[in-house]
Design a protein around this ligand. Structure first.
Ligand code: X8Z
Ligand code: ZN
Length: 618
């Protein structure tokens, strides 16, 4: 997840700064400040009033945002179970932010200014709308609820990342569990590993249930019916429109998913020596805790990066990702990135833990950018490193004088996720790898196997992201899914969308959805990732065909300043430009799965051939 929390600004303040119509404007733009104010104050224009408000608001916002980020950083990088020092400091910082951003004075003033939209500049309107959107996450009319939510959020993160996973009686990290799920061949052991990875669930149940209520109640104070609707509105869409969009994407990729599902059932049954091919995939057969990425099922001769990366080491991967971005014309990462990021797993025996899910942080909405990862030398982290640097370069690119701090966000959240994943895709293609000397340029590789491996990553992800995760959260927040149906709903959706079943029955004493970090700390927005895949294939298609004039399956972006300029143009305006317009202008298309479907089209015939005579169950 990216950490661009526009957290919970704190109250009161702007009463002192917010001008009323009678207050002579303190001009903030240079032209106006050069003009001496007339003795009898002329009526202050709405534009001037808005500017004055925004200047004061932004200064305070940025200060509190930085303090919140610093406290959150500490809370996520130094987790000492039982020690509440960091959690308490984080709660205080977030409460200050909430009290400001959600203050009644600010909300009233924002609403008032927005009734004069027609007199304001478009960029002023965008900022005011963003500030009002942020306010809904911490309205001080529901101050007690917001305070409780802040506390519950910090506690939930500490529980999640303070958890001691055990396999065969020994403590293991999630990196260990992931590696075991990718490699272990014995189905009984696989089941134990999978179950070990789900042991955290029940611990998180009370916290998640109370977070649901607190999140819903928070946004209801400003008129949103539920938290899912609130998150969707950030795209300018209703909850229904969002769900319709992700359904459509899922439908478009469904025929291919059906082939992949059939293929995987038969191949894995063979691999694990199952007497019968199951109609639904046992979750413990898949090389990922949630079945969201099956790519390690296939090894492509000549393209296996794991041994090469193992030799190069974890540090090299991060440096290499930076080099790739630099080759496109992006600047070197600022020194603070290297000094303050937390990039690698903690040393064995450390007396604290850290959040081990990758994230990228824009600490002060200026140049302080950091990443929190647990990079190890393997293909999965190689891609994740490219992904996180995509967030970092997005931060750095929209941090420019044209973009006010309030609009230093992605065109929408999905764009933020798309950039780095696009670079991750580019960094796996054969000509790129050969150019870097990571593989032998003369080696013969099987293109169909390579495409299959990619589909097992990207296509397989879609029903998880747009189906299981989005439907579950939609139902959890908007329909108040009852506490005794949480796990049943999760598995019903897994069966329906992914064609996956748990290895044994999972009652309500488990809470398997809560094992996914985003359910706890990035709530009601996982469809961002589904949309990001669709967008990244649209961008990739355009880059390959229109800029590089290469086959989209075999590109080499390395060193192309034109590709860099294309991406930087998308990043530079942040959220000051409408996301639909950005896509249309840059690719000529509206959001659509067209490019993604087309990219994997050659695989359809191949899989149909492989699956001849096999039973389809979805
Ligand atoms: O959470 C992430 C990123 C963090 S911004 C590593 N991703 C999703 C996940 O891990 O579930 C990337 C793709 C999907
Ligand atoms: Zn991300």
């Amino acid at each position: 997840m990216k950490k661009t929390y526009l957290p919970l600004l704190t109250a009161a303040l702007l009463t002192a700064c917010a001008p009323t119509a009678k207050t002579p404007a303190v001009a903030t733009d240079s032209a106006a400040s050069a003009t001496p104010a007339p003795l009898t104050a002329a009526p202050v224009s709405w534009q001037q009033q808005a500017q004055e408000f925004l200047t004061a608001y932004t200064a305070e916002y940025q200060k509190l945002y930085t303090q919140s980020s610093e406290a959150e950083w500490r809370s996520n990088t130094h987790i000492v179970p039982g020690d509440t020092t960091n959690a308490a400091a984080t709660a205080r910082a977030n409460e200050r932010m909430a009290a400001f951003a959600g203050s009644t004075a600010n909300i009233n003033r924002l609403r008032e200014l927005l009734t004069h939209k027609q007199d304001l500049t478009p960029i002023q309107v965008k900022q005011l709308e963003t500030a009002l959107y942020n306010a809904a996450n911490s309205p001080q009319t529901a101050a007690e609820v917001v305070k409780r939510r802040i506390k519950a959020e910090t506690e939930q993160t500490e529980k999640l990342y303070g958890f001691d996973y055990k396999y065969q009686g020994k403590s293991v990290t999630t990196n260990d569990l992931d590696e075991l799920l990718r490699k272990e061949k014995n189905p009984q052991k696989r089941q134990q590993i999978w179950e070990a990875s789900k042991a955290i669930g029940p611990t998180l149940k009370p916290g998640l249930l109370s977070l649901r209520d607190l999140r819903n109640q928070t946004v209801q104070a400003l008129g949103y019916p539920d938290y899912f609707t609130y998150q969707a509105s950030d795209y300018g869409m209703s909850r229904e429109e969002t769900m319709a969009l992700v359904h459509k994407i899922n439908q478009e990729l469904r025929p291919l998913y059906r082939e992949l599902h059939t293929y995987a059932r038969y191949e894995l049954a063979k691999q694990y020596g199952a007497k019968q091919v199951p109609d639904y995939l046992p979750a413990s057969w898949l090389p990922n805790r949630w079945g969201q990425d099956w790519s390690s099922m296939v090894e492509v001769k000549g393209l296996n990066l794991d041994p090469v990366l193992a030799k190069k080491g974890a540090e090299w991967q991060v440096q290499q990702a930076e080099r790739f971005y630099q080759s496109l014309g992006f600047q070197a990462l600022p020194p603070v990135f290297w000094e303050k990021s937390s990039l690698y797993p903690l040393p064995k025996g450390a007396n604290y833990k850290k959040n081990n899910h990758a994230s990228a942080w824009h600490m002060n909405l200026e140049q302080d950018v950091r990443s929190l990862m647990s990079v190890e030398a393997n293909t999965e982290w190689y891609e994740t490193t490219h992904h996180e640097l995509g967030h970092i370069y997005y931060y750095l690119t929209y941090t420019n004088p044209e973009v006010p701090p309030l609009l230093r966000q992605g065109a929408n959240r999905a764009y933020h996720e798309a950039m780095g994943s696009l670079m991750g895709l580019a960094a796996r293609q054969k000509p790129f790898l050969a150019g870097l000397g990571l593989i032998d340029p003369k080696v013969k590789t099987n293109d169909m196997q390579a495409l299959l491996k990619e589909a097992l990553g990207s296509v397989v992800f879609i029903p998880f992201a747009s189906g299981v995760m989005s439907e579950w959260e939609n139902s959890f927040y908007a329909d108040n899914l009852p506490a005794d149906q949480l796990n049943a709903k999760w598995w019903a959706l897994s069966k329906q969308y992914q064609g996956i079943e748990p290895p044994t029955s999972r009652g309500e004493n488990y809470l398997d959805p809560a094992t996914k970090t985003h359910i706890n700390d990035d709530p009601a927005q996982y469809y961002d990732y589904a949309l990001s895949y669709v967008i990244l294939f649209q961008l990739h298609d355009h880059i390959a065909k229109q800029i590089l004039h290469q086959d989209p399956h075999t590109t080499n972006y390395y060193g192309s300043k034109e590709v860099g300029a294309f991406l930087a143009d998308i990043m530079r305006p942040g959220s000051s430009k409408d996301w639909r317009l950005v896509l249309k202008e840059k690719t000529g298309e509206d959001l659509s799965a067209r490019a993604m479907v087309e990219y994997f089209q050659p695989l359809m015939a191949y899989l149909k051939e492989q699956n001849k005579g096999r039973k389809y169950t979805m």
